[in-house]
Design a protein around this ligand. Structure first.
Ligand code: UDP
Length: 379
């Protein structure tokens, strides 16, 4: 019988969808399209106004008032406030979330988004009797500073990316045998880019020989990406820039309308991130967990030039303690200077950073999680 897997996510940023799509692909590759059907449900979209506007509101607030987001993260992570906000979110959207559960019956439900996990679980538990309740799994997609929202001891199992995320789970009432440290799931495409760097650069129409810097700021193109690109463009060391604006059309337009000194290749939301990452030498990025983990798979040295207050702080630590890159927040000139130093020495710094980056991520995580979901689906 075909197994139905429902992923609960939201397009707030690009990381939640990336995780769901990564596991989906692993399920299809492992068990075949005939054996599994998958639905991705944007849970915020099921809720009432204003929560249903969260995918638009999230990049807006992070861009315009990051301090407010950070404050919200801090306050929301206080135990009683977290508890209350989850219940209020459920009660305020009860009918809609229960309808979501009815519309998406499943053999396994997998949440890949922190804040929607508990309200969704409450809805499924209200709709289905204990005998009919599908296993409810959580795949934590923040690397280390994992907010409380992720953890609910009523879940059947929780897959966490790091020891820090595991420890947070224990602190928040999860049982040790209820969690497995797998690493963050990365799409199998990242492990399967056949073309060489040169072939890819030729195919993209880039210079084949210039040191190449990829700049990206999550799926939504957040933070000071433009200013950082301008600062890097001002250095005299020969290089080319590949700047990905994601879903931020204004940013893309602004980048396209700028006169650059070095070759600069501007893109909107790209579907071929594995190829883009394989074709470059260095990554300058916001501290998004998915991007960092993908860059680790591709062995890319990275400069973290921005981080969303609160939830991305631990991602920075993850990169720094592994010596896979540096964090330079909101200082485009220093990012450019650091890059110039990396490009100007005899290549040893970059080589060392590359080696360290390769140890950052577990390419098997996606297979382990897909396997576990399959086991639950067949119980
Ligand atoms: N991404 C993509 N195309 C783009 C920009 C980003 O596929 O043009 C993907 C990127 O590879 C990663 C995700 O979007 O998988 C971004 O997730 P991350 O956790 O780094 O940041 P978020 O957007 O969630 O803040």
């Amino acid at each position: 019988m075909v197994k139905r897997i429902v992923f609960l996510m939201s397009d707030t940023g690009g990381g939640h969808r990336a995780a769901a799509e990564a596991i989906t692909e692993a399920l299809y590759l492992q068990y075949g399209h005939d054996a599994v059907t998958v639905s991705l449900v944007d849970v915020y979209r099921q809720m009432k106004y204003p929560m249903n506007k969260m995918p638009e509101f999230y990049p807006w607030i992070v861009n315009h008032a990051p301090w407010a987001w950070g404050l919200g993260y801090f306050i929301g992570n206080i135990k009683p406030i977290c508890w209350l906000s989850q219940r209020l979110m459920y009660l305020n959207n009860r009918k809609r979330l229960q309808q979501m559960a009815k519309d998406h019956p499943a053999d396994v439900v997998v949440s890949v988004h922190s804040v929607i996990t508990q309200p969704s679980m409450m809805a499924y538990r209200a709709v289905f009797s204990p005998d009919d309740m599908p296993p409810f799994l959580i795949v934590v997609t923040d690397l280390a500073s994992t907010p409380r929202y992720w953890y609910d001891s009523r879940a059947d199992h929780c897959y966490v990316p790091t020891q820090a995320a595991y420890d947070n789970g224990i602190r928040n009432g999860m049982r040790p045998n209820q969690m497995t440290i797998t690493g963050l799931p990365v799409h199998p495409r990242f492990m399967d880019v056949q073309a060489s760097k040169t072939e890819l650069r030729q195919a993209f129409g880039w210079d084949v020989n210039l040191p190449t810097v990829l700049m990206v700021a999550g799926g939504d193109g957040m933070g000071p990406l433009y200013e950082t690109a301008r600062a890097i463009d001002a250095i005299d060391t020969p290089c080319q820039l590949v700047v990905i604006a994601g879903k931020n059309d204004n940013l893309k337009q602004r980048l396209q309308q700028t006169d650059w000194r070095h070759p600069v290749h501007v893109y909107g939301f790209v579907q071929d991130m594995p190829q883009k990452m394989k074709a470059v030498d260095i990554l300058v990025t916001k501290a998004g967990p998915a991007t960092i983990t993908e860059a680790g798979i591709m062995g890319l040295p990275m400069i973290l030039s921005d981080s969303i207050p609160g939830q991305e702080a631990g991602n920075v630590t993850h990169v720094e303690v592994n010596n896979a890159g540096v964090f330079i927040r909101n200082n485009p000139a220093l990012v450019a200077k650091t890059l110039q130093n990396w490009l100007s020495d005899d290549g040893q710094t970059l080589q060392q950073l590359q080696q360290n980056a390769c140890k950052l991520s577990n390419p098997n995580a996606v297979w382990e999680i897909a396997d576990a979901i399959w086991q639950y689906a067949n119980r």
